[in-house]
Every structure is written in C-alpha cells, then in structure tokens.
Write a protein of this length. Structure first.
Length: 291
C-alpha cells in the first residue's frame, strides 16, 4: 500500500523527469485533488496509507501532466477572481493576468444601475460570470463562435448561480441577429491576440492543448481588435466603456485603434507584473456623435 509521502514522492519524480517546470507544486495539487485532503493533512499524516484505487488514479493524472496536459484540464478546475470555474480542452484556462481586465470593468461599473455587459469571445465565461457575481444587479451576454466553449460558459453560469442574468450566444463577433438593437454599458473582450506565426513557439501546454481558435489573432495579432472596435459603438450606450485584454506589446497599437474610431478617455493599464495588459476607452455622452 502506498502512503501519502510515498505517493507524492513518486509523482514528483515522474514530473521532474518529464521536465515539468513546477513538478513539486503540480504533484501536490494533484494529490490534494485526488484525495480531498489538504497539504496540512498529509504532512501530518504522511505515513497513512491510501487505497490502491486512489494511488492508481493519482498516477494516471500525473502521467497525463507528464505529457504536458495542463493541470486544469486534468482536474477541470480553474480559479479566477476567487471563484472556481469548470474548464476543459474547449476553452482557454482563465489566467490571473485577466483579473486586471475584470477589476477595471468593476471600477467603471461602480454607481451604474442595473448595468448590461457584453463579453465578446467569452470562452469559459469567467469574465462575464465574475462581473455578475461582483455586481448583483448586472446582467449580460457572452458571445463566442465556438459552440463547445458556449456550453462550458453556460455550465459555469449555472454552477455559480448567475444563469438567470446571463445569456450565451453563438456569433461571429456581432453577426448574430441577437445583437440587433442591443446596447451595453460595458463591452469587454479578451480576444485571440497571438500572431499566427508565434503560436508554434508557445509552450506545449498552450500550443497543443488550448483551442487554436482562441489563440490565433491572425497575421499581426490585431485582427479581432480592429473588427470589434470598428463596430463596438453601435452596441454601446452613450458613456459606455470598451475594455480589452492585450498582449504585453500591443498597448500602443490597440489604443490607436480606439482613438481612430472616436473613443475618448482611452488608456493603457498595467497588470501586477508591470506589463501593459488592458486598453480601455469610452463612448462619448454626446448622442450626435453616433448618428
């Protein structure tokens, strides 16, 4: 019979040999996931035996991680803004960097009554769902071209009890008839923004296991920023805000797109690492600008 200590050691060794960067951490997190026991528990009860079924399942997941399958795809858990989301291979794994985008949206929504939010390229729905959880009188729409991603987003809305305030729509950007006459206080997006030729240079976990459609920003990575920004004002209330997550080197280019389309109060915001992460701009309050 395997003990907690022996099983964890075996998992660590497998991941180290496979070249997994955070082998120790991932081995521990998988053990916690499989056993339901905290780190403090198995440190205190390291010689306690686990069942053969538990050991086999653990080593199965460790083997998957050794093949560079993302940890979150193995556990189907990802934590974002303090909430647990379901994820699979059909969506990008929510990243801490993206919390900067959500925090900016929450700041801009303060004081707005019953605001409406559009999350374009919603993926797992983590952006929209987090906003709805933090703003109890808000409602919103998540749009994506991937039906599989929309199923994940709807699942998360149900799990986190925001489904009554969220709709999920299959749409190639604004192409769906659903958007006819729709306007929002905030239009927010973390679109595909990696230049096509750079995708092959990404780490295996991303290149081989994230959906290519959610990564590929076309030739220069700016395709979706151009397409969304060109149409965005038609779907925004006067005084509403457009917010994007961006790659670390795209701030100036994306801000210029917003300036060109007539957005005001445009800014580039940095993440906790000091990298450009968010570009935002406001639609003018003057209705005549939108005629």
């Amino acid at each position: 019979m395997e003990t907690f200590t022996g099983l964890l050691k075996k998992g660590q060794e497998i991941l180290v040999q496979a070249g997994i960067e955070e082998a120790g951490l991932d081995a521990r997190l998988l053990l916690e996931y499989i056993t339901g026991k905290s780190r403090a528990y198995y440190l205190a009860h390291g010689e306690e035996c686990v069942t053969k079924e538990t050991a086999d399942r653990y080593l199965e997941l460790v083997t998957g991680r050794s093949q560079h399958i993302p940890l979150q795809h193995l556990t189907h858990q990802a934590f974002f803004m303090g909430y647990e989301f379901y994820v699979n291979e059909d969506v990008l794994i929510p990243r801490q960097d993206t919390e900067t985008l959500v925090e900016e949206a929450l700041r801009l929504l303060k004081g707005r009554q019953k605001p409406r939010v559009l999350d374009m390229c919603t993926g797992s729905g983590c952006i929209l769902t987090s906003i709805l959880l933090e703003v109890p009188d808000a409602s919103g729409t998540g749009a994506d071209l991937s039906e599989k991603a929309l199923k994940v987003a709807a699942c998360n809305a149900r799990r986190l009890q925001t489904a009554d305030r969220a709709e999920f729509v299959k749409s190639d950007l604004f192409s769906s008839e659903y958007f006819s006459g729709s306007v929002y206080d905030v239009l927010i997006s973390n679109p595909p923004y990696i230049p096509t030729e750079e995708i092959e240079g990404l780490m295996e976990e991303v290149r081989l296991h994230d959906p290519r459609m959610a990564l590929d920003g076309k030739a220069d990575g700016l395709y979706f920023y151009r397409a969304i920004t060109k149409q965005a004002m038609d779907y925004m209330l006067p005084g509403g805000w457009l917010l994007y997550e961006i790659g670390w080197d795209q701030g100036k280019a994306v801000k210029e797109l917003l300036d060109k389309e007539g957005f005001i109060n445009t800014e580039i915001k940095k993440d906790l690492c000091g990298l450009d992460r968010v570009v935002l701009g406001q639609k003018s309050l003057q209705e005549e600008q939108n005629v």
